[in-house]
Design a binder for this molecule. Structure first.
Ligand SMILES: [Zn+2]
Length: 265
C-alpha cells in the first residue's frame, strides 16, 4: 500500500492512527465482517463499509496526482504500487445520503459496528438460527437485515431469501414454525452461497451487474416472478423499498403500501 489519498474527509471515521500510517505497508490478508470489508496491512486494518451508494473501483494504473477534495464521487484512493504506475482502487460514493465509511484501526473490533455484529449468516447453523429468532417480535424483514442480530444480510438478499423460503416479509420473526425456520435457514445459506459463487473471479466493475442478474424479486417491481409468474410487488418507505411475490410469499394478499395506495387513489 504505497499511498492513500483522502478526497473526502467525512468518510474517514478514525483520526488515529493517521492514514499515512498505511503508507509502505504490505497487504497481508483480506477478509470481511458481515458487510464490512477488511484489508489487513501487516497488522493495521483498513476497513470499509460501502453502504448503499458506495462502490469499489479497481484500476490497473492510478493517477499519481492527488485528487481534488469534494469533486465528484471519489472519496478514498489506495495506490497498491508506485502512484502513476501501479494498480489500486478507489472508494466512491454516488449517493446524496452519505453512507460510505472507512476506518483505520489496529484491531477490527475497535469499529463499534463490527464489535456489535451478530453471528455471520453464512456460517450459523440451523439450531443457532432458530434460537436467534426465537422470541423476536419484529417483522422478518427487519430481523434478517439487523446486523446486530445476524451479520451479512442486506436489503437485496433478504428479499431473495424470503422469496426462496416462501415467507412474508411481514411475518413475525419469533413466530415462525419449525418448517418455516428450516426453509428460511436453507434459503439463506443457498442464496448467499450462490451469490458468493457468482462473484468469485469477477472483477469489481462487474460485480453489480452480476448481483443484479441473479436476483429473483429484489429490484424487479412489476416484472414476473420467476417461480409463479405473478407480478413482483413493492413496499416502499421514505428512502428504501423491498420487493416480494404475493402468490409465493403472502398467500396472494398484497401487503399494505402507503405509496402504492396513494397512487391508486
Ligand atoms: Zn411467485
Amino acid at each position: 500500500m504505497a499511498r492513500v489519498d483522502v478526497a473526502s474527509l467525512s468518510v474517514l471515521k478514525t483520526a488515529s492512527p493517521p492514514w499515512t500510517a498505511l503508507h509502505g505497508r504490505e497487504v497481508t490478508a483480506a477478509g470481511r465482517f458481515g458487510k464490512y470489508l477488511d484489508l489487513d496491512c501487516a497488522g493495521l486494518h483498513l476497513i470499509t463499509h460501502l453502504a448503499r451508494a458506495g462502490w469499489l473501483r479497481w484500476a490497473d494504473t492510478m493517477s499519481a496526482a492527488p485528487p481534488k477534495p469534494g469533486k465528484g464521487p471519489l472519496a478514498f484512493r489506495v495506490h497498491l504500487g508506485k502512484p502513476g504506475e501501479g494498480p489500486g482502487f478507489d472508494l466512491t460514493e454516488a449517493g446524496t445520503k452519505k453512507g460510505l465509511a472507512v476506518w483505520i484501526v489496529d484491531d477490527p473490533k475497535q469499529v463499534p459496528q463490527i464489535a456489535s455484529l451478530g453471528p455471520d449468516a453464512l456460517t450459523i447453523g440451523r439450531a443457532d438460527f432458530g434460537a436467534l429468532l426465537a422470541g423476536r417480535s419484529e417483522r422478518l424483514k427487519t430481523a434478517l437485515t439487523s446486523q446486530q442480530l445476524l451479520a451479512g444480510v442486506g436489503n437485496a438478499y433478504s428479499d431473495e431469501i424470503m422469496h426462496v423460503a416462501r415467507l412474508s416479509p411481514y411475518a413475525t420473526a419469533g413466530k415462525l414454525d419449525e418448517g418455516a425456520l428450516d426453509r428460511l435457514h436453507e434459503a439463506m445459506i443457498s442464496v448467499l452461497t450462490d451469490a458468493v459463487a457468482r462473484s468469485v473471479g469477477q472483477d469489481a466493475a462487474r460485480l453489480k451487474g452480476e448481483k443484479r442478474s441473479g436476483l429473483r424479486v429484489h429490484a424487479r417491481t412489476g416484472m414476473p416472478c420467476p417461480v409463479c409468474g405473478d407480478t413482483v410487488r413493492e413496499v416502499s418507505f421514505a428512502d428504501k423499498a423491498f420487493q416480494y411475490c404475493a402468490t409465493c410469499q403472502t398467500g396472494g394478499k398484497p401487503l399494505a403500501d402507503r405509496r402504492m395506495s396513494r397512487l391508486l387513489k
